[in-house]
Design a protein around this ligand. Structure first.
Ligand code: HEM
Length: 216
């Protein structure tokens, strides 16, 4: 891990999470999704788990909006909870909320978000970066694959991957990386945040593994 050679914090974070990112990408459930072997029930279950951790993360965003450092990272156009509710209603039906439950790994992820994202700016940004930059990157690839293999559209379950307020993801991501580079964190704090982001990746991977055991 060449994190000492990194130039700015954005680059450091990307390099520090590179291995964890690859582990997340290589999970069975993502492999099945990419190859068209994941049934729509598997995708629905995955999205249902997303609902619980985005609920926690977006509650934290409401608190962190007022924080002098973390507040700059809160962007309303990233908010995913309404899209998740729409997709789950389309995939499950109007009573979707009573029919979904969080798995063990999801509960662990939500607990960690509650532990570090409500009163530690760096902790919030670590989790925020891990999810939203991922949704704007690999998430866009997943959207194409889900459309191809399951025939889903924005109306029938893919609105989670669409950001109508962000017409150019690369432009948004470049701005986000500048925010990371400009944040007033010293080297020790940057390392703490990178470690928290690695943990966020691992918590995501654990959810994928749980789903893999059910659907792959
Ligand atoms: C389905 C598997 C995945 C694929 C194919 C994938 C693919 C990618 C690609 C191609 C990029 C680079 C985009 C760019 O530089 O503009 C990227 C970035 C990223 N991905 Fe993923 N990804 C996957 C899963 C995940 C997961 C599960 C997470 C986290 C939960 C995640 C989080 C991130 C983050 C935070 C970045 C931004 C890295 C940075 O530029 O600092 N990805 N992903």
């Amino acid at each position: 891990m060449a994190i000492t050679e990194a130039t700015g914090f954005a680059e450091l974070l990307k390099e520090a999470t590179d291995e964890a990112h690859r582990r997340a990408e290589r999970t069975a459930v993502i492999g099945a999704l990419a190859e068209g072997r994941l049934p729509v029930e598997g995708y629905t279950a995955m999205l249902a788990q997303h609902y619980f951790f985005y609920d926690a993360l977006e509650q934290a965003a409401e608190v962190m909006r007022a924080d002098p450092v973390a507040g700059a990272f809160v962007h309303d156009e990233l908010t995913r909870l309404p899209a998740l509710a729409r997709d789950l209603a389309a995939l499950i039906g109007p009573d979707w909320r009573e029919r979904i439950t969080p798995g063990e790994a999801t509960l662990r992820y939500c607990a960690r978000i509650h532990e570090v994202c409500f009163d530690w700016a760096g902790g919030f940004v670590a989790h925020h970066y891990t999810r939203y930059l991922g949704d704007l990157s690999g998430g866009q690839i997943l959207r194409t694959l889900l459309n191809r293999h399951l025939g889903l559209t924005e109306e029938t379950g893919l609105s989670f991957y669409r950001f109508p307020g962000i017409p150019k993801a690369p432009v948004f991501k470049a701005r986000y990386r500048r925010l990371l580079d400009d944040a007033p964190w010293d080297a020790a704090e940057q390392q703490r945040i990178a470690a928290e982001s690695r943990l966020a990746f691992e918590l995501n991977t654990a959810i994928f593994e749980e789903l893999g055991a059910r659907f792959c």
